[in-house]
Design a protein around this ligand. Sequence first.
Ligand code: 13P
Length: 256
Amino acid sequence: MDERRDLIVGNWKMHATHLEAIQKIQKLSYRLRPEDFERVEVVVAPPFTALRAAQLVIETDHLPIRLGAQNVHWEDQGAFTGEVSAPMLAKLAVTHVIVGHSERRTLFAETDTIVNRKLKAVIRHGMRPILCVGETLEEREVGSTEEVVVRMVRDGLAGIPPEAVAATAIAYEPVWAIGTGHHADPDDAGAVAELIRGTIRARVGEVADQIRILYGGSVNPGNIKGFMAKRHIDGALVGGASLDPDTFAAVVRYWV
Ligand code: 13P
């Protein structure tokens, strides 16, 4: 039985000042209805500098939109110039934290070990990690998609107890599909999602059925439905199409 509620997350990346964030969140809220939120858990992940403003507008206007962060440091505090910790995010009512995005892995040298430490910090502070995994074009072309994805899932979740694994979402984002306009074939993405669930089931058992698996990579209002129709895909991690509230609302309302 499929009891997993849809999870659609807008990853704004390095876009939007705190003032623009307020506007975007308010516009998004006008375009969504109570039934959308019943069906879909909606998360927006603005840059760190907009989190406080976003928290205030969400609380003041009683919006059912949840707040996500795009990154976190693994220590709670200390001499880590420029970093932001999990307790700082938790205090801002952040509920979800994206961990191990391919841009962080590629541009900021995040390894599976670092990703695993970050995941543990997020869980320690009562938030939900969104662990990003996915193969590059080169890895896909030599046929190592499965191997890469299984390794990232296994190493990312290493040492995390089953009940905490249940709180984690996995985002399958093929690197070649991110920001390119070339989304994956939904059948292929569905097969990788099934592989991810199977990998997690082998480690923690039936808890794996509670985990939400998202697809990410050039998702838009025109292609979201095809991904959501797949048994093991429970949501989407949306980049470019999440920046415009009308477009993002259309992604969230894919089921209407
Ligand atoms: P795009 O939707 O812009 O391809 O970005 C996907 C992504 O990286 C979301 O985290």
